[in-house]
Each structure stands twice: as C-alpha cells, then as structure tokens.
Write a protein that binds this ligand. Structure first.
Ligand code: 4NP
Length: 162
C-alpha cells in the first residue's frame, strides 16, 4: 500500500440511497477502527440521479444505525470526473457495472471498475441485491454481504493486492 497518497475509493449503486452509501459508511468505520482513516478517500455515487440531494433511504439508515453506522451521505450521480479522481470504482451488480462503464471516459477508467462481491470471503453471492423493493430482511442481507466484502477489500488493499 502506498503510504503517501491516500487510496481513493468510490462505491456505486443505482440510486445512491441504499447500497453504496451503506458501503461508504461501513468502510469508513472499518478504516477508522484500524487507524487508517488518513490513508483513504471514501465516497459513493449512483448511476441514476433521481434521488440527488437525498439522505439514504430511511429503512437503510435504521438498519445501519442498529449496527452502529450513521449514514449521512447525500445522493449524487456518478460523473466522468469520478473516473479521473478515484483509484477504484466498486459497483454492486452487473447493471451498475454496465451503466458505470458507459459513463467511463476511456479504457483506463473502465479498468478501475470492480465488483463488490469479488472481495467476498464468507458469502457466495455474485451481486449485492437491490433492497429498494424488498422488506426489512433485504436491508439486513445487504449489510451482511457488505460487511463481508468490505473486510475482504480492506485486507486486499493493506496486503498490497490493489
Ligand atoms: P440503491 O437502491 O441502488 O441501492 O440505492 C435503489 C434506490 C432507488 C431506486 C432503485 C434502487 N429507484 O428506482 O429509485
């Protein structure tokens, strides 16, 4: 891991009100707990801008809060510039991947795209399921999967794989 420049990580989902702000909040707390906060820039965005300016969905905020994560991000749409600024752009599912790759300005940018579930260690899911039209269990599942994948991501970065 490069010790001078912070690693810049952007989490991306569709609306930027459920999965990616949760990923941002969980990852932020993980790096803080390990004393690594100054080594990272962490943010989130959505491929759909219809919720821009909103706080995360109240169901996601409640579920996250029960696990000790306070989600205060304001939704925003993914931009071309995000691909210039961030080192890794981590998406939740294939649809996010496809939509984000259409925003990516060049091949170098496409190479920054990663799937969240590629960092999983315990769970065998190939995507983080969209909880928006689901019940409360959908939000708990998202948090379970994200906690697993994000600890895998942090390990892979601190090991120097990413
Ligand atoms: P997210 O969930 O992509 O995890 O933020 C969704 C939020 C909003 C919508 C879909 C998914 N929507 O259709 O408005």
């Amino acid at each position: 891991m490069n010790h001078t420049e912070p690693k810049k990580i952007l989490f991306v989902c569709l609306g930027n009100i459920c999965r990616s702000p949760a990923a941002e909040g969980i990852f932020r707390r993980m790096v803080e707990k390990q004393g690594l906060a100054d080594r990272f820039v962490i943010d989130s965005a959505g491929t759909y801008g219809g919720h821009a300016g909103e706080l995360p969905d109240s169901r996601m905020r409640a579920a996250a809060s029960r696990r000790g994560y306070e989600l205060t991000h304001r939704s925003r749409k993914l931009t071309e510039d995000d691909f210039r600024l961030f080192d890794m752009v981590i998406v939740m599912d294939d649809s996010n991947y496809e939509r984000a790759s259409r925003t990516a300005p060049d091949m170098e940018s496409v190479a920054k795209l990663h799937r969240m579930t590629d960092f999983a260690r315990k769970h065998v899911w190939d995507h983080i399921p969209d909880p928006y039209y689901e019940g409360a269990e959908g939000f708990e599942l998202v948090l379970d999967l994200l906690e697993d994948c994000l600890s895998g991501l942090l390990d892979s970065i601190t090991r120097g794989d990413e």
